[in-house]
Design a protein around this ligand. Sequence first.
Ligand code: ADP
Ligand code: GN1
Ligand code: MG
Length: 374
Amino acid sequence: MGEASPIQIAEVIANFQFNGRLTRGCAYGSGHINDTYLLNFEISGMGSIKVILQKMNNSVFENPVELMENVVGVTSHLRQKIIEKGGDPERETLNVIPTLDGKPYYRDSCGEYWRSYKFITDTTSYDLVEKPEHFYQSAVAFGNFQRMLADYPAETLHETIVGFHDTKARFAVFKKSVEEDILGRAASAAKEIQFVLDREDVANCFSDLQAKGELPLRVTHNDTKLNNIMIDNKTGKAICVVDLDTVMPGLAMNDFGDSIRFGASTAAEDERDLSKVSCNMELYDLYSKGFIEGCAGRLTEKEIELLPMGAKVMTFECGMRFLTDYLQGDKYFKIHREGHNLDRCRTQFKLVEDMEQKWDTMQEIVRKYGKQEK
Ligand code: ADP
Ligand code: GN1
Ligand code: MG
């Protein structure tokens, strides 16, 4: 099973509050950060139960204990809200399964950190939009998520990755990695490097506005990929937001933007044929509608006006992060082939170019839904 040895996994499993006989275990999902496994247990006379087991990426997340404190705090808060509105807290939020000694994580004898969640049954997470309605539903769910956390005590949240969406700081790291060029890869990405250097204003945009005090900090998800949302197989509704590792104070526009970058693209994030990659305006329209509705009147006029910029900044930032990782030797994002991060960065920059061409339309669309909100 993945990189962890069977002995290591057996030790981990023995230390969680699991019941029954383990009948199956396999690698699961297509996340770029954690190692995710799906485990099946057979409980005599009661059938089978699935759980998610994750080895947390401790080079990306330096303090897994604090991270789990965030997850427990946020999921308890969401649970309460879901119960109040008569929802199902077993399926509409993540539920942490504790260890035998009651902790939300297990530190194994190799020093690695693990956690477990109840499996959210009868749902699917998508890497590409298969039905536009799913994308609309995901927008409502991410908007709702922000709304449900509006009264969460933000000051108690740990910053799990410092400067996670500080695009300006990431630009500086990028420039340094080009200058150092430790693997001699810069020559193979000369065009992409120039693309970034030509857009320093995009990297600075939100930092500058924040410095002027023009943007409210909210409790946001910060990693709003379509595959971080579970869609109910029967109803097609987005019922649960997962991957809560980066829930931190952040900008509403970035949650909007990261979803557009991934879900409104007409191709996979790592598509090599760039002629297939563009930002689909119908999907962008649907997401704008759903997200503004989901936030239910909480977004300021300025935030709504800046939603298109959120899409551009997040796509640019993500491309720059893939490119930086390529230059630094693929240390951050999991890769499955040579040049994978370079391929990923190219799709992001193709999307940025496409957004630049469709800029007026993108602005008109959010204006339309912003007006309806008033
Ligand atoms: P990563 O940080 O590596 O992206 P995620 O926490 O997003 O890891 O998990 C990877 C995938 O596993 C998700 O995209 C989702 O498909 C699936 N997943 C995660 N948690 C659950 C859960 N509780 N129930 C069902 N599927 C889940
Ligand atoms: C990572 O964990 P995952 O696969 O949902 C990354 C995001 C990137 C995304 C690009 C903690 O998301 O920031 O936008 O890959 N998560 C982290 O696909 O860095
Ligand atoms: Mg994920």
